[in-house]
Design a protein around this ligand. Sequence first.
Ligand code: CP
Length: 308
Amino acid sequence: MLQKKDLLGIRDLEVSEILSIIELAKDMKPIVLGRKAKLSTLKDKSIVTLFYENSTRTRLAFTMAGMYLGANVVDLGIATSSVQKGETLADTGITLDRMGIEYMIIRHSMSGASHLLAKNVNASVMNAGDGANEHPTQALLDLYTIYEKKGGYKDLKVTIVGDIAHSRVARSNIFGLTKLGAHVTLAGPGTLTAKSMEALGCEVTTDIKASVKNADVVMGLRIQMERQKGGLFPNLREYSQLYGLNEETFSYASEHAILMHPAPVNRGVELMPELIDSQVSVIDEQVTNGVAVRMAILTLLSEGRQSS
Ligand code: CP
C-alpha cells in the first residue's frame, strides 16, 4: 500500500515505497504479456487521462494498466475540451471529481501542475510529467527494468547522456537511483548540463567517453526541441557527431551494459540506429514494464484509498 493519496514525484517517495512498486510490477508483468488473466481490482472505478502535452507511451500505458485492472478509462481530449475556452486546471479537476472519477493522470508543461491538481481534488493524482520537474512513473519503469537486468542498484554505475537540463526523466531517475545506492553520472554539452546538479548527488561531465567508461547502464535522453529556446548547440548534425551514442562510444561501457532510453528516440541524433536495434538495447522492454509499473501504482494507491 502507498500511504499517500497521490503519486507526484520520486523525490517524495521512501525507498520502501519504490521497492514495493517494483515488487508488485513483477506480479503484474505476466498479465501485460497475456500469460495471466486480467484483474478486477479497479472494477467500477473510473480513471481519466488529462494530457496537456503529447504522449504515446505514458498515456496508453496508463490506459492499458487501468483496463487490465478492470477500470473504466477515459481521455479528456484536451484539444476538444473546455480547456480551450479558458477553464482553469483546478476547475477542470473539480468538475471531473464531481463526476465520481477517482484516478486522474496528468501531463502538463508547467512544473507543479500535478501538485496543483492534487490539492484541488479528492481523486488520486498521478504525475505523467510536469514541465522539466519530474516524470516519476518513467523513472519507476526504468528502475524496474534495471532491477530485472542487473538484480539491484547498490554501486551500479549509471550514466545518463544528453539533454539533462530540460529532462524531467533525468531528474526523477537521479532521485530514485541515488536513493537506491547507484552512482549516477550526467553527461552532455555544457549548455545542456549544469555543474549545480552535482548537488543532487551525481557527477557531471562534458566528456561522453569518460562518462560511459565501465558504466553498467547507459541511458540516452531525447533532445527536447520543444523546451529549448535555441542556441544551445550549433545544429543536430553536430550534436549527433559530438554527443550521439554509437557502437564505438558504447564499447567503453562494462561488458554486460544495457542501453536505455525513455523514447520517443530521435534516431540518428542522440542514439545511432545500429545501437537502438542491437542486443544491448532494452528500450522495447521498458515499454512493457511501463504498463506493469502503472498497474502496480494504481493498485497500491487503490489500497491506500480503501484504508483511509
Ligand atoms: N517516455 C515517454 O514519456 O513517452 P511519451 O511521451 O510517448 O509518453
